[in-house]
Design a protein around this ligand. Structure first.
Ligand SMILES: CC(C)(COP(=O)(O)OP(=O)(O)OC[C@H]1O[C@@H](n2cnc3c(N)ncnc32)[C@H](O)[C@@H]1OP(=O)(O)O)[C@@H](O)C(=O)NCCC(=O)NCCS
Length: 185
């Protein structure tokens, strides 16, 4: 399936492209982003190109793939958002990462709301879930602001690329909860 381009007040949310490498490397090289999402910082831009090529050109058929989050004011790619572990007609998992220069402005909340609209209305999902490391307060706040409920903690639930084991907090929202949530927003 080809992902559609989605629009919000401040953002264009369009399919990720290999040409996003420079903008992605700007944040993927830092220690602030990847390690909190489970991936290693990129060492150089060639690595970013390779990773992007795999994400975009060799995406498994059964996955939806990533959107790029783009700042409408300057067309800069500032992060990614995705619905992965997609099971058609049933559920998917929300994932995201943002350039630290843009943190704290509610950007991923804004993008997440739009992705939820697409997931529940167009894909007819019954549930969207997300998992974050227990110490990733920022990501947990995003889940809470999106109306997701904390469903539990998987103790020692995630082993990262560097062997560090984390407790993983699970969040979820059902289609029924989403319909109620959206009435208030
Ligand atoms: C998680 C992430 C996507 C949040 O995006 P965001 O658009 O900045 O989210 P928000 O603006 O809604 O802020 C969320 C919380 O982060 C905290 N925060 C805000 N600005 C911050 C900053 N500059 N530095 C640290 N924390 C900050 C606040 O507690 C905020 O909650 P609040 O709105 O109740 O005050 C972003 O921090 C990120 O890319 N982190 C690294 C990758 C990652 O963790 N991905 C998710 C893996 S599960």
């Amino acid at each position: 399936m080809n992902l559609p381009t989605l629009y919000t007040e401040r953002l264009i949310i369009r399919p990720l492209a290999v040409s996003d490498a420079e903008d992605m490397f700007e944040y993927a090289k830092t220690n602030l982003v990847g390690p909190k999402a489970g991936w290693a910082p990129h060492i150089n831009i060639n690595e970013t190109y390779t990773i992007l090529r795999n994400m975009v050109l060799f995406k498994p058929q059964y996955e939806l793939g990533n959107w790029a989050i783009v700042d409408r004011t300057n067309n800069k790619m500032i992060g990614t958002i995705e619905l992965y572990n997609y099971i058609p007609g049933f559920k998917a998992e929300l994932g995201y990462a943002l350039n630290p220069l843009y943190w704290g402005k509610g950007i991923v909340f804004e993008a997440g709301l739009k992705v939820f609209e697409f997931g529940f209305n167009s894909l007819e999902l019954k549930r969207i879930e997300a998992g974050t490391f227990l110490d990733n307060y920022q990501s947990q706040r995003v889940c809470e602001k999106l109306g997701m409920l904390k469903e539990g903690v998987q103790r020692n639930g995630y082993i990262r690329y560097d062997g560090v084991i984390f407790d993983k907090v699970m969040y979820g929202i059902t289609v029924e909860e989403y319909r109620e949530f959206i009435k208030k927003h």
